[in-house]
Write a new protein. Sequence first.
Length: 338
Amino acid sequence: MARLGMFGGFVFDPEVFSDYMSELPTWNNAIIASGILREDATIMGLIGANGNVATLPFYKPINVNDHLPYNNDGLTDNVPQEIEGSKQTCMLIQRMMAWKAQDFTVELTLANPLQHVANSNNNYYQQVWERELMNTTNAVVRLPEMEDHITHIASLSGTITDANMIDEKTMIRAQQKALGDMTNRFGLAFMHSYIFASYQALGLVNYNKYTITNAVEREIELPTINGIIPIVTDRYTVDKTGPVPEYKTTLVGQGAFLTTRKTNYENPYYTDYDPETRAGIEKLYTKEGRVLHPNGFSLAVDNIAKESPTFEELGDTSNWALRFDPKNIRIGQIISNG
């Protein structure tokens, strides 16, 4: 257990700080409502107290095309077929950050750094995990087997025409291309504000009411586009490195990602004090771990150099392998110029 200490002139209790952090929402309501993150606490049990990798077994679907029924004619044997299974491998992603407050500043301003760090730290890690989520999504969707899950209408020449822009059919066609007759499996779309504005201009944005159950059940109003809830963010949704901007709209569905928090850190929040530098600096060290695994894929953990995958390793398509039938993968993308 981390020691009690001072931070910013206040007594620091790591357990109280941890409880305060856990009470704040890590994901916004729209993502919770969509259900794309399936919380699975059993994953930490598979990882174990000292591990960082879990193998998740699953049964393959039983399809009539794979197992044609026998004719019940009194002569044909009803030979049992083996139930087939497979597995996917996930890895714990661990990140850390430290903060500091100078005694001199606190004494002059009567600031409350601990409160500020608690608020900022939660938001900071929310951004961290959102960044990891989008990075991993971009990696797995580029696998050759996922070709139909990308609708690429952006200009390759730099000259933009109407064909390179989204219209009232784009999202519908993209869903059908990715999942065929299972298009209703998508529920959420991460999109740039420019793309959202384009859908608004097309008159395709509606507002529906959803019930969110937390400590208190409450009703919220969310925009929808053809039944899809848009999450509007200018982060990770546009590439301006080419001659013309490419906007990336990412479609995801319920259970697209498996997630759980690392709960067995000995000292997730720890304070230290440096009395020498600048007449005293109080420091707060933080670390968080999460499994944030795209459901239906397997991470090549032997390719991961250290005990936690880096951002670059998770973004490398060659480190991923498809395990589900592509029609059961609830991830897709639309790449357009507007």
